[in-house]
Design a protein around this ligand. Sequence first.
Ligand code: BES
Ligand code: MN
Ligand code: ZN
Length: 460
Amino acid sequence: MQVNFNNHKKTNLIKFAYKNENDNPFFKANAGEILANPSENFILLGLGEREKLNQEIFQKAIYDLTKKAIKLDLNELSFEKENIDIENEEFLSQVIEAVSLGSYNFDHYKEEKCGKIENINFPEDLDAENSNAIEQQLTVLDSQAFARDLVNLRSNEIYPETLAQHVKERFADKNVNVKVYDEEQIRELGLTAYLEVAKGSDNPPRFIVIEYLNGPQEQKPILFVGKGITYDSGGYSIKPSNGMKTMNADMGGAGTVIGALDAISSNQLKVNVVAIVAACENSISGSSYKPGDIIKARNGKTIEVDNTDAEGRITLADAVNYAATEYDPEFIIDLATLTGACLVALAETYTGAVTNNQETFEKLLAAAKISNEKIWQLPNDDTIRKYNESEVADVKNSGGRLGGTITAGQFIENFIEEKPWVHLDIAGTAYLSKPQGLYEKGATGIHVKTLYNLAKKYSK
Ligand code: BES
Ligand code: MN
Ligand code: ZN
């Protein structure tokens, strides 16, 4: 998508209108309602009642407009900034984001491809100091779309090896060091618990490490760890077919950390960031791990496998431990489509958070707020932690039904070596069962923006 500042060009010019401010019986100016006026060569976009207008309503109206415009085969929209009271910079970024997200369509498997908006035109006088910020924003949006594609692709196309290939290709020309470890090398790195989850699949695991070290040498790196289960059948604790069907999306965390590194490196932030993905499939076969097994993690702790469907936390145990010990991290953020319980608690609207360090969490939350991405903190409570206790091993991989999102996070905490850490459960927010806000059904690329904005705060 390209953003232009060319006043004279007014292809598909959008004018804003408010409810109860005109007497056209065919156009109420409800938020998102459009009225094309071909003879006068502009389109009226309703924004609802003037007093009630806020960012959410405004962006949703632009998003709806975009979807309708694409249906009409338009690929260019022009905006004037009249009849609306928003600061220039905000106006530009809100419109650009809504049009870009409205243009996202996952049509990879369709013969007939969807159109998209290729050009947005704004008045010349809005250009001035904003062009750099806009370039940056477009890059981040593109990285987010890349993350969404990775997660939307199905498991017969994206499995650990192909995921690693996509990462290598995407970062080939960049100032980024991509390391991909195969099964043997993963064993040498000591990621034994992760291998237990991986061993049931014919598709071998790949441990992916993306290093972007472009900050001062003395700056400790920020570590992002993403759950990368390319398909989660549940294993022997098998999922019912309804719950299984969308489990190609059990790599939402991986998509996000890869997308974030893509955005950070494209914009050449002066910061040290590393992303880690322990990619594998949770499959059923004669060589799968089984309920009741006791396995050893990289840090020596033993895990009782209470349920093979609680596989993500096992792979993350080793991944975060690697992050904590191979680097000297400023902090670690892990992102994972980890629990159905998170959907029950926070729907598909809020990401659930568990932390051992309030200060780090507050920084993350501030970055999430400026990104308009919703995160809700859950209590990291010692009474609840006890649910993870095992009678035979150091810890159990399921704490049961109660407080499921909290105990999943607390399980991971056992492997974090006391480093500052925030766990984000994106089971609800990474993949939508129906459209929500500025997102269609399917993968959202949630928190690419948050991680980008967090890293930017550390950019020197
Ligand atoms: N990938 C799932 C969690 C999930 C569920 C993500 C629905 C997105 C939508 C995870 O691996 C899982 O199966 N978790 C279990 C844990 C339980 C066995 C302790 C769950 O939530 O049921
Ligand atoms: Mn599972
Ligand atoms: Zn899973």
